[in-house]
Design a protein around this ligand. Sequence first.
Ligand code: WAQ
Ligand code: MG
Ligand code: MG
Ligand code: MG
Length: 254
Amino acid sequence: MKEDLYSIKMRSTRNTKHISGAERIILEKDMGLSVKQLITRALGHSKGKSDFINIKIQNIVKQDIEYINPLDIRTVITNDYFEGRECALKALKKNGLSAETSHLVFNMLKECRTMRGAILFEINSRERLEADKKRGVRVTNIDWSFNVKQELDKALARANLNNSHVKEAVALASKVCSAPGIIAELCWSDDPDYTAGYVASKDLGYMRITKLKPFGSNNGGRVFCFDSSKASIEKCIEYLQEKITLVNRVPVIN
Ligand code: WAQ
Ligand code: MG
Ligand code: MG
Ligand code: MG
């Protein structure tokens, strides 16, 4: 049976400010359902109801797909965001960032709000590398393979983690950490009702931290830490923005 895959990308705004962006790579038969889910999300978002929704649908050439492994998931429960941030700082240092650079990464994210993409940070020169610093670098063409989606839902549900934040963030972080030259990512959501975040790297896996910001805060985003001695920035950005990647198995969840 020939299985046709489609990419569906949604982005939405309110008064021209970014509200939500999400994508799916799915079988043709699931297109209607996915579009519906993405519209529901844009209209019912905790950042506000979108007044503009853009949906793009594109057929995918199978030969272009790269299958990647997921990062394994671990959850660190913290009492408050101060404790959470201590924990995330330690994790960044374990990934080879100096104390000073780790603090810089943190301070950038503390000041970050309503970007569509991520900050791309060079850890030696300590410069930001995005061409458009308001928008950032947007990772696209990433999803769980349709072969593992059902099993993934079950595994996440058993761990009480079956929500779209977790599902999308683990897929995204798995792609980011397999990009040339990326050594770690720090993230917490800009959604006011979602306080969890993570540090991710190849060695560390996906380390969720239950509190990384105060409830109600609109502040959040992503910082990708890049080491230019390991790869060219052009290759890294091209991989993040263009390469069609599907995560090919269910992660280990601890
Ligand atoms: N590429 C690059 N940056 C992105 C992307 C993307 N595809 N999507 C979102 N961002 C950036 C952008 O600046 C957003 O404002 C910010 O990240 C936060 O996005 O419990 O839900 O979708 O394990 O609000 C992490 C913890 C949740 C999940 C992250 O982020 C868990 C989340 P959000
Ligand atoms: Mg989003
Ligand atoms: Mg999201
Ligand atoms: Mg958000």
